[in-house]
Design a protein around this ligand. Structure first.
Ligand SMILES: [Ca+2]
Ligand SMILES: [Ca+2]
Length: 314
């Protein structure tokens, strides 16, 4: 009876704020055994992790998947890609998260880091927008250093100078891909995660579903605004909003696909536009497909429909 009362108390009296979304129930029991019989449960609480502040990462088990589609010419040819394990953030990076590491960076040798924009209409719990690809490179390094991790991006291929200032077209060789710090996902990592990783053979049109409105804030359901992350259905890996809400920057220069099988591709060695993925609150259904690629953005673009999510090498 004591256990049941604890459960009821947790369910009835926990009133998390919007920013402290109760996205999980945590079951506490003395013996670390499963399944969780109610007689063994000590207490049940809501997870009150502030998803808009701490950057929550999900482990993505590597594997081989078919990248691309036959819908649009730049999504062809469909080709086989094999990826190692990596992590990716559960949600798009919020304005609040951006400013915590941005403020830290500005006090620790970083320059040219803007505040960004609070989604579209001024809510700091919404994904940050109006941050350029260059801004994000520096911000990822700042977040890494702030958390005692090794930065990923450097101003040269010797990895002697951490990238902290100005606009530099970083080369694939300027990236310490084995470092444990934060970075952007590659385009292939983005699509693999969006397709549900080892569940990619589900072949959903959108990330986690064939029903776009179940998983994606888009032009037809968003009320022309960004939304709090995690308020649509997650995909098979528990990742939210890879379709819709805001477009997401990827590492790669935009380029054509080749038909050959690839392992951990890093994209072209040069280009003029960095890849954007996933569609936004301002997009039609088609743009929210997991295979859609956009080449319309130079790396200096700051736009209110564009943000990002982080990745990490494992
Ligand atoms: Ca700030
Ligand atoms: Ca998105």
């Amino acid at each position: 009876m004591k256990h049941i009362l604890c459960l009821l108390a947790a369910l009835c009296f926990a009133q998390p704020t919007l920013a402290q979304k109760p996205n999980r129930l945590i079951i506490h029991q003395g013996a670390a055994t499963t399944p969780y019989y109610l007689s063994n449960v000590d207490s049940v609480t809501f997870d009150s992790v502030d998803i808009t502040s701490s950057v929550e990462m999900i482990s993505v088990q590597g594997g081989t998947f078919q990248m691309g589609s036959n819908v649009s010419s730049d999504e062809q040819p469909i080709h086989s890609v094999t990826l190692s394990n990596f992590s990716i953030s559960t949600y798009e990076i919020t304005y609040k998260q951006w400013n915590e590491a941005q403020d830290w960076g500005l006090s620790n040798g970083y320059t040219d880091l803007p505040d960004g924009r609070k989604g579209y209409t001024g809510d700091s719990t919404h994904p940050v927008t109006e941050v350029s690809w260059y801004d994000i490179m520096k911000w990822c390094n700042a977040l890494s250093e702030q958390n005692g991790r090794t930065p990923v991006y450097y101003s040269n291929s010797n990895f002697t100078t951490v990238y902290k200032t100005g606009n530099t077209d970083l080369q694939n060789t300027y990236v310490n891909w084995s470092a444990n710090g934060f970075r952007l996902p590659t385009e292939a990592e983005w699509e693999y995660a969006a397709r549900g990783g080892i569940h990619a053979s589900d072949n959903y049109t959108y990330s986690g579903s064939n029903d776009v409105n179940a998983v994606a804030w888009n032009y037809n359901n968003s009320g022309s605004n960004t939304h709090l992350g995690g308020t649509k259905q997650a995909n098979q890996l528990g990742i939210y909003d890879m379709s819709g809400n805001i477009w997401e920057w990827c590492w790669d220069w935009y380029g054509s696909y080749s038909s050959s099988a690839q392992t951990n591709p890093q994209g072209p060695t040069s280009g003029s536009h960095r890849v954007l993925r996933g569609g936004s609150f301002d997009s039609n259904y088609d743009a929210c497909r997991v295979a859609v690629r956009v080449n319309g953005s130079g790396p200096d673009l700051r736009d209110f429909i564009i943000g990002f999510r982080c990745a990490r090498t494992q």
